[in-house]
Design a protein around this ligand. Structure first.
Ligand SMILES: Nc1ncnc2c1ncn2[C@@H]1O[C@H](COP(=O)(O)OP(=O)(O)OP(=O)(O)O)[C@@H](O)[C@H]1O
Length: 209
C-alpha cells in the first residue's frame, strides 16, 4: 500500500528524521513516539504538505511525480488543526468535497455521525477545541481515500465521540481503507487492531511488528 524509500527531513533546528525503507500493507498502522520524535513531520510528508528528500509511494503512485492523483488518495487530520476562522465547517465541506469528490449522501452521513449540525454553519472562530477537532476529523473521511492519516485523533473530543470514531475507523478499514494513526493515549492502542506498530526515537524508526 505505502512505501517510503530513502526518506530524509531536516529542520534548521538540527532535528532530522530519517527512514531508509518502510513498507505498510493495507490495514491500520500505529506510529508511536515521545513529544518531538517526528510523528507529525512524517505524517505531513506522507500527506503531501511537507517537503522531504526521498520517495513516498502509495499503490505505485509516487507523490513527487504525480502529486495530484496521489493527494486524491490521502486524507489527513492534523493533531492541532488550523482553519480560517471566518469560514464555517459547511464552507469547508463544500470546498473539500469538490476536491475529494464526496457525494451528498456521504456528507449527510458524516455530519450525522460526527454530530456537527448544531454548529456547522457557524464561523470556525466560534468553535470549541472539540468542535474544531470534529471538523478536522470529518473532513478527513470525505471522498474515497485509500489512506487516512489521523494525528492524535482522540484528543479533545468527548468519550461518546471517541467511541464512534473507533467504530468508524473499524468500519472504513473493513471497507479497505488504510489508516496511519498516532496517539499518546494508551487506552486507544488496546481498542484497535493494528497491522503494524512503529516507534520513532529521535528521528529514527523502530518497527515492532
Ligand atoms: N516547522 C518546523 N521548523 C523547525 N523545526 C520543526 C518544525 N516542525 C517540527 N519541528 C521540530 O521537529 C521535531 C519533531 O516534531 P514533530 O512535531 O514532528 O514531533 P511529534 O512526534 O509529532 O511530537 P508531539 O508528540 O509533541 O506532537 C521537533 O524537534 C520539532 O521542534
Amino acid at each position: 500500500m505505502l512505501e517510503i524509500h530513502h526518506f530524509l527531513k531536516k529542520y534548521p533546528t538540527g532535528f532530522h528524521l530519517e527512514i531508509e525503507f518502510l513498507k505498510l500493507e493495507k490495514g491500520i498502522h500505529l506510529i508511536q513516539g515521545e513529544n518531538g520524535a517526528g510523528k507529525s513531520t512524517l505524517f505531513k510528508a506522507i500527506a503531501g504538505i511537507q517537503t522531504y528528500s526521498g520517495n513516498i509511494i502509495l499503490d505505485h503512485i509516487d507523490l513527487k511525480k504525480h502529486p495530484l492523483p496521489y493527494r486524491q488518495q490521502v486524507n489527513f487530520s492534523e493533531a492541532e488543526p488550523l482553519f480560517p476562522g471566518f469560514l464555517s465547517l459547511d464552507d469547508l465541506i463544500i470546498f473539500v468535497s469538490k476536491a475529494k469528490k464526496a457525494t451528498e449522501n456521504q456528507i449527510k452521513v458524516l455530519k450525522e455521525t460526527f454530530q456537527v449540525s448544531s454548529f456547522s454553519a457557524n464561523p470556525i472562530s466560534t468553535y470549541s477545541s472539540g468542535m474544531l477537532k470534529k471538523t478536522s476529523l470529518l473532513l478527513a473521511f470525505l471522498g474515497e481515500p485509500k489512506l487516512i492519516i489521523l494525528d492524535e485523533p482522540f484528543t479533545t473530543i468527548d468519550t461518546g465521540s471517541q467511541d464512534f470514531l473507533i467504530r468508524l475507523i473499524e468500519q472504513k478499514s473493513a471497507d479497505g481503507v488504510s489508516f496511519l494513526l498516532s496517539t499518546h493515549q494508551k487506552a486507544f492502542v488496546d481498542l484497535l487492531s493494528f497491522k503494524s506498530v512503529h516507534r520513532l526515537l529521535h528521528g529514527t524508526m523502530i518497527s515492532h511488528q
